[in-house]
Design a protein around this ligand. Structure first.
Ligand SMILES: CC(C)[C@H](C(=O)O)[C@@H](O)C(=O)O
Ligand code: SF4
Length: 781
């Protein structure tokens, strides 16, 4: 079906979406072209394995960039020789080595541990200028939303979708809703974009943005630096949104100009003209809009086990006895118990054991500068066992060292580490011990996130630094800063410039020599009409789902995150199977005196629910958080085939379909009145996908109609693997690529312009063949 964008007023999201539609099918799903695909070691092995098994290639290596970040140790790399000797944990080493093999086999540009440009995926993309305004950016990682700060449509995907993008450079998408959050006024002293985003999540909740792309707008947003905007968009996933976006402006262009992968000359000018058109039109319609007075926001911290448990620093730990809603009340009691907190304790009286300044939210140079400004001339408090600074990339680290920030931290008793995800999720040795409390600049305070039974309080870098000095959570506005001249570490713009240029020791990027002339708008729509999918040819080995009559298990919880469904230690596999043992691991098992796992009375450990095939969840937002496809893999491995809940995390919802699982949204009242009683009694539910109904085992219809998108239903009923379906649309994809090469030529260079060292042994940069990428657009696949 040919796609004609609306000619009326459009939002920023509408405009970026429209610019990427390759095809729209009869069921109303869109095939979107993906400009930028970033890859890391945790969510890619199974995708490359899929490609290998199917004999497929990476369609656009120049649109793909890989690095390692989650698993790697953050201790000094002074003696780094290779991954084999450096990474002690065998499973982590295997994942990193698997990525290194895959990038070599598939010729994907890679920034590995042997060089400074390595870092957290969401830090290196913008740093290198790989992230450009108006692009579609994806990664097998939920915090891909970070890149929305550049006016990109950027979102996390699961491993099946990673494979889909590698093979086809496209993704099948439904259109999200438009939501706008306007922040008026000027933020007060001590209030950063981290406080702002925590405040917003506290306000709208972790399901507040579900199904929507949030555009952040208003004076307070416009006044933010690019790095501060990235911290905001980063956490839009914690608000449940598909993506967060900010319209590109002069601050954006200023940040980008001169970065290694950013176009130059005529291409830059052409890009600018397009990028300046990326804003929401005056009369554009938003499905929802919230206006927040920025002047009323205080420094904000979390007290509980969800990012929505956020309060102004002047507040106290909430009191469950004052809460009426029974689900909220029991959730609060559980959170206080887990966090080891007494109701009504002032937040500033909570002592801290460890401090972590790092992660894709807050490990950029401005974050380190603001933390250093607080730490300067102080010593960490006696009770702080460990205070870690983990820069987001090797280049951030190098820049900080040039400014002497490392010295400030080390003098105060902090550890100065190498780049990586580190204690944000503790897949490497950086973890909390049970019951330790951490002031953290990361983005998730889920149970067990930073270590088994670890307790996390999220906050800004300045607040975390202050907590390290005082030993307890601290209001930065009352903290005595040792000023050299001013509260901020002053850095000249020359030094800023250095980060962009001097640090990137490679030659000038090769740009397409001529900027192709612009083409007419309607040429984008001039795409041949769709060929009917050859359904027979496309089955990819997924079991079809038609009807299911299965035992239902009840789960009385809200906001069940994917960290809880499958904790980080199980993400180190390079397979899709064998994960049932990790399902709800920290709820299903506890350690005995000998450190052995003993089963708890969690519902799936109890008869008859050990054999459950349907999971009935009473609370909202099941599967929120991380994009780990390991969550549906673990459920499937356990035997669950269908999940019913009032709402789901977007990425989890998507990932489930890709694995032949059916997530069904049902109104909370219907769940509570009709479905949960049957599940509690150990009864069966009959799920009829063709008719979209749920009945009991006697045939009484309990849910006369549930929603499921046509295209997903079609794939599930037939057990179709959507990569094969998409590959049948090759003509559309090549047609789009042709248009893209002309109209959006400024997006072409991509990662092909990264000079990456493939010769790790000799530590030599091996220059890739000069590519304009035009040569490799049509691969023989
Ligand atoms: C490992 C990855 C899938 C995960 C994510 O998607 O967010 C991780 O980055 C996290 O922060 O939990
Ligand atoms: S949230 Fe943490 S673990 Fe996930 S990408 Fe960011 S830094 Fe890495």
């Amino acid at each position: 079906m040919s796609y004609t964008p609306s000619t009326g007023p459009r939002t920023l999201y509408d405009k970026v979406f429209d610019a990427h539609v390759v095809h729209k099918n009869e069921a109303g799903s869109y095939l979107l072209y993906i400009d930028r695909h970033i890859i890391h070691e945790v969510t890619s092995p199974q995708a490359f394995e899929g490609l290998t098994n199917a004999g497929r290639k990476v369609r656009r290596t120049d649109c793909t960039l890989a690095t390692v970040d989650h698993n790697i140790p953050t201790e000094s790399r002074k003696n780094f020789k290779n991954v084999d000797t450096f990474i002690k944990q065998a499973d982590s080493r295997l994942q990193v080595k698997t990525l290194e093999k895959n990038v070599k086999d598939f010729n994907v540009p890679y920034l590995g541990m042997q060089e400074d440009r390595q870092g957290i995926v969401h830090i290196i993309g913008p740093e290198q200028g790989f992230t450009l305004p108006g692009t579609t950016v994806v990664c097998g990682d939920s915090h891909t939303s970070t890149h929305g700060a550049f006016g990109c449509l950027a979102f996390g995907i699961g491993t099946s979708e990673v494979e889909h993008v590698l093979a086809t450079q496209t993704l099948i998408q439904a259109k999200s809703k438009n939501m706008r959050i306007k922040v008026t006024g000027t933020l007060n002293e001590g209030v950063t974009s981290k406080d702002l985003v925590l405040h917003i999540i506290g306000l709208i909740g972790t399901a507040g943005g579900t199904g929507s792309v949030i555009e952040f707008a208003g004076e307070a947003i416009e006044a933010l630096s690019m790095e501060a905007r990235m911290s905001m968009c980063n956490m839009s996933i914690e608000a449940g949104a598909r993506a967060g976006m900010i319209a590109p402006d002069e601050t954006t262009f200023e940040y980008l100009k001169g970065r290694p992968l950013v176009p130059t000359g005529a291409e830059w000018e052409k890009g600018l003209t397009f990028w300046r058109s990326l804003f929401s039109d005056k009369d554009a319609k938003f499905d929802s809009e919230i206006v927040i007075d920025g002047t009323e926001i205080a420094p904000t911290v979390t007290w509980g086990t969800s990012p929505q448990d956020a309060l102004p620093i002047s507040g106290s730990v909430p009191d469950p006895s004052k809460v009426e809603d029974p689900i909220k009340k029991s959730g609060m009691i559980r959170a206080l118990d887990y966090m080891g907190l007494e109701a009504n304790t002032p937040l500033t009286q909570i002592p801290v054991d460890k401090v972590f300044i790092g992660s894709c939210t807050n490990a950029r140079i401005e974050d380190l500068r603001s933390a250093a400004a607080v730490v300067r001339g102080h010593k960490k408090a006696q009770n702080i066992m460990r205070a870690m600074i983990v820069p987001g990339s090797g280049l951030v680290k190098r820049q900080a060292e040039e400014e002497g920030l490392d010295k400030i931290f080390v003098d105060a008793g902090f550890e100065w580490r190498e780049a990586g995800c580190s204690m944000c999720l503790g897949m490497n040795p950086d973890i909390l011990s049970p019951k330790e409390r951490c002031a953290s600049t990361s983005n998730r305070n889920f149970e067990g996130r930073q270590g088994y039974q670890g307790r996390t309080h999220l906050m800004s870098p300045a607040m975390a630094a202050a907590a390290a000095i005082t030993g307890h959570i601290t209001d930065i506005r009352t903290f005595k800063i040792n000023k050299p001249e001013s509260a901020k570490v002053e850095v000249s713009s020359d030094e800023d410039e250095e980060l962009k240029t001097a640090a990137y020791n490679h030659e000038e990027p090769v740009q397409p020599t001529e900027a192709p002339t612009d083409i007419e708008e309607d040429e984008v729509d001039d795409i041949p009409s769709p060929a009917k999918a050859d359904t027979k040819a496309s089955s990819g080995g997924m079991n079809p789902f038609t009807t299911l009559t299965g035992l239902a298990a009840p789960l009385d919880k809200a906001n069940v995150d994917t960290d809880a469904i499958i904790p980080k230690q199980f993400l180190k596999t390079i397979k899709r199977t064998g994960l049932s043992v990790g399902l709800f691991y920290e709820w299903r098992f506890q350690k005995d005196a000998n450190g052995k796992d003993q089963e708890t009375d969690f519902v799936l450990n109890v008869e008859p629910w050990r054999n459950a095939e349907v999971l009935v969840v009473t609370g909202d937002n099941f599967g929120c958080g991380s994009s780990r496809e390991h969550a549906p893999w673990a459920l499937k491995d356990f035997g669950i085939k269908c999940m019913i809940a009032p709402s789901f995390g977007d990425i989890f919802y998507n990932n489930s379909f890709k694995n032949g699982l059916l997530p069904i949204r049902v109104d909370a009242n219907v769940i509570n009145e009709k479905l949960i009683p049957i599940a509690r009694n150990g009864g069966q539910l009959k799920i009829d996908l063709p008719n979209q109904t749920i009945s009991d085992d006697k045939g009484n219809v309990l849910v006369p109609h549930f929603e499921v998108e046509e295209f997903r239903k079609y794939c599930l009923l037939n057990g179709f693997d959507d990569i094969s379906l998409t590959l049948q649309l090759e003509d559309f994809i090549s047609k789009y690529e042709k248009v893209r090469r002309d109209k959006y030529s400024f997006w072409e260079g991509g990662s092909a312009l990264v000079n990456f060292p493939m010769n790790i042994k000799e530590q030599k940069f091996v220059k890739p063949k000069p590519l304009t990428t035009y040569d490799i657009v049509h691969q023989d696949w």
